[in-house]
Design a protein around this ligand. Structure first.
Ligand SMILES: [Ca+2]
Length: 157
């Protein structure tokens, strides 16, 4: 939720407004009047690690298994506390309803002593297939900002 709107007005021009996003989230256009703050959401780029601990990120799309995807925490972001887990979608376009579950307490997958959010997605439901090189993740924070991130994938069959 943005704390308010910022309005820019210049003589002779239509006043433009944008939501005031909490850093590092930034206003992102969704739809509607491009001069109105209500046409934007506050979006936060997040760092995503497909198959944490495995740099190849191989995805077997014929498997009935699940794919682990970590959302990394940093100084300004506590992923296990701030991500609305039920909102997460992951896959070829980012909007696939493929979430199975997330670890409830988080775990530090990159050794920076911050707990990261590790979620598991049904591989088949991700829509990833031959030729895809990226898995996209989308969701929301518990305060209503959107989150988005991506990581490379290697579709192995
Ligand atoms: Ca970490």
């Amino acid at each position: 939720m943005a704390p308010g709107n910022l309005v820019q007005s210049r003589p002779g021009l239509v006043p433009r407004s944008r939501p005031m996003c909490q850093y590092p989230a930034r206003p992102q256009y969704v739809a509607g009047d491009p001069t109105a703050a209500s046409s934007f959401v506050c979006n936060r780029r997040v760092t995503v690690d497909v198959k944490p601990g495995d740099s190849a990120n191989g995805v077997n799309t014929r498997s009935n298994g699940r794919l682990a995807v970590a959302i990394l925490s940093d100084l300004l972001f506590d992923a296990p506390a701030q991500v609305d887990v039920a909102s997460l979608t992951f896959g070829r376009t980012g909007s696939e309803q493929s979430l199975a579950f997330c670890g409830s307490h988080g775990e530090d997958v990159n050794g920076d002593l911050r707990r990261d959010l590790v979620c598991h997605f049904d591989t088949r439901s991700t829509g990833l297939g031959t030729g895809d090189t990226e898995g996209l993740l989308q969701g929301r924070t518990v305060t209503g900002d959107t989150v988005a991130g991506a990581d490379s994938v290697q579709v192995v069959r």
